[in-house]
Ligand binder design. Structure first.
Ligand code: C2E
Ligand code: MG
Ligand code: MG
Ligand code: MG
Length: 281
C-alpha cells in the first residue's frame, strides 16, 4: 500500500509540476500579446494625508493589472517577474508611465489642486535600458505633465544592482524635478547606507510592518525608527497597507504624514475614482 501511494504521490507531483510549467510558459507567451491587444489597465490607489481632517487625497500610486482574455484579472506579482526576466517590462513600463501621466494630467486639469503626485513603480531592468531618462522626459513632454508631479518608486533591489549607474540616473531625474521614493522599505537587503548614498525624497514603510503595528512591539520600534530617520534626513514618509482606523491613528501620532491602504480605497480603475474626490471623512 505504501508503495502504491508513493507512486501516486510521485505522479501527483509530476503532473502538478508539468501543469505549473505549462502555466508559466503560457503566461509568458500570452504576455507578448498583452500590450498590442490592450489587455493592460492601470489601477490607481489614493495617497492620503493622515494629518489633515478630513483626510485629503494628495495623489495616487499607479498599479498595473492584466486583464487576461481567459484567466481574467491577473495581479502584478504573478506577471511582473516574467516581464522582468524577458525584458518585456521595458515596453510595459513605458506604457504604464505614459498612461499614468496622461490620467494624472486630466485630473489636475479638472481643478483638483490638492493632487500633488502620481507615483509609478520602476523595475531594476528599466534602469538598465540606456535611455530611461530620455524616455521619461519624452513621456512628460507628450502628456504635458509637469515633472514635479511625477514620483518614481524604486526598491532596495533596484539600488543594489549597478549602484553608481542608478545614482547617476536618479540625479538626472531629480534635476528634472521628478521625485523618488524608496518602496517596501525594510524588506529587501536593507542597508542604511542606501539612505545615505542614494538621492531620494521619501520612504514607504512596507505594509508588513503596518499589519500588526498595534500589537507587535518589534513593529512599533521599527516603524518609530524609520520615521525618526526619515525626519532627520528630511524625507517624506508614507505608510503602506493601512486597513483600519486604529492603525491610521497610531501612525499619525507616531509622526507619519502620509498613508495608503484599503481603509481609504483599494486600487481602482480611473473612472471608479472620481467619486472619491476631493477627500475622505
Ligand atoms: P507596491 O509597489 O508595494 O504596491 C503596493 C501593493 O500593496 C499593491 O499591490 C496594493 O494593491 C497593495 N495594497 C495597498 N493597500 C493595501 C492594504 O491595505 N492591504 C493589503 N493587503 N494590500 C494593500 P499590487 O497592486 O498587487 O502590486 C504588487 C506589486 O507589483 C507592487 O507593490 C509593485 O512592486 C508591483 N507593481 C505594480 N504595478 C507595477 C508597475 O507598473 N511596474 C512595476 N515595475 N511594478 C509594479
Ligand atoms: Mg510601489
Ligand atoms: Mg510597496
Ligand atoms: Mg511591493
Amino acid at each position: 500500500h505504501a508503495k502504491a501511494s508513493g507512486r501516486n504521490n510521485y505522479q501527483y507531483f509530476s503532473d502538478n509540476m508539468r501543469s505549473e510549467a505549462l502555466t508559466r510558459s503560457t503566461l509568458e507567451n500570452d504576455l507578448h500579446h498583452a500590450l498590442p491587444n490592450h489587455e493592460f489597465i492601470v489601477y490607481y490607489q489614493p495617497l492620503i494625508d493622515l494629518q489633515t481632517t478630513p483626510n485629503q487625497i494628495i495623489g495616487f500610486e499607479a498599479l498595473l493589472r492584466w486583464n487576461h482574455p481567459r484567466k481574467g484579472l491577473i495581479s502584478p506579482d504573478d506577471f511582473i517577474p516574467i516581464a522582468e526576466e524577458t525584458g518585456m517590462i521595458v515596453a510595459i513600463g513605458e506604457w504604464v508611465l505614459k498612461s499614468a501621466c496622461k490620467q494624472f494630467k486630466i485630473w489636475r486639469d479638472q481643478d483638483q489642486p490638492q493632487l500633488k503626485k502620481i507615483c509609478v513603480n520602476l523595475s531594476a531592468r528599466q534602469f538598465l535600458q540606456n535611455d530611461l531618462v530620455h524616455s521619461i522626459r519624452q513621456c512628460l513632454d507628450s502628456t504635458g505633465l509637469d515633472a514635479r508631479f511625477l514620483e518614481i518608486e524604486i526598491t532596495e533591489t533596484v539600488m543594489m544592482q549597478h549602484m553608481s549607474a542608478v545614482i547617476r540616473i536618479l540625479q538626472q531625474l531629480m534635476q528634472m524635478g521628478i521625485t523618488v521614493s524608496l518602496d517596501d522599505f525594510g524588506t529587501g537587503y536593507s542597508s542604511l547606507t542606501y539612505l545615505k548614498k542614494f538621492p531620494i525624497n521619501s520612504i514607504k514603510i512596507d505594509r508588513s510592518f503596518v499589519r500588526d503595528i498595534l500589537n507587535d512591539p518589534d513593529d512599533k520600534v521599527i516603524v518609530h525608527s524609520i520615521i525618526s530617520i526619515a525626519r532627520h534626513m528630511r524625507l517624506d514618509i508614507i505608510a503602506e497597507g493601512i486597513e483600519n482606523k486604529e492603525q491610521a491613528t497610531y501612525l499619525m501620532q507616531a509622526g507619519c504624514r502620509f498613508g495608503q491602504g484599503f481603509l481609504y480605497s483599494k486600487p481602482l480603475p480611473a473612472d471608479g475614482l472620481i467619486d472619491l474626490f476631493p477627500m475622505f471623512d
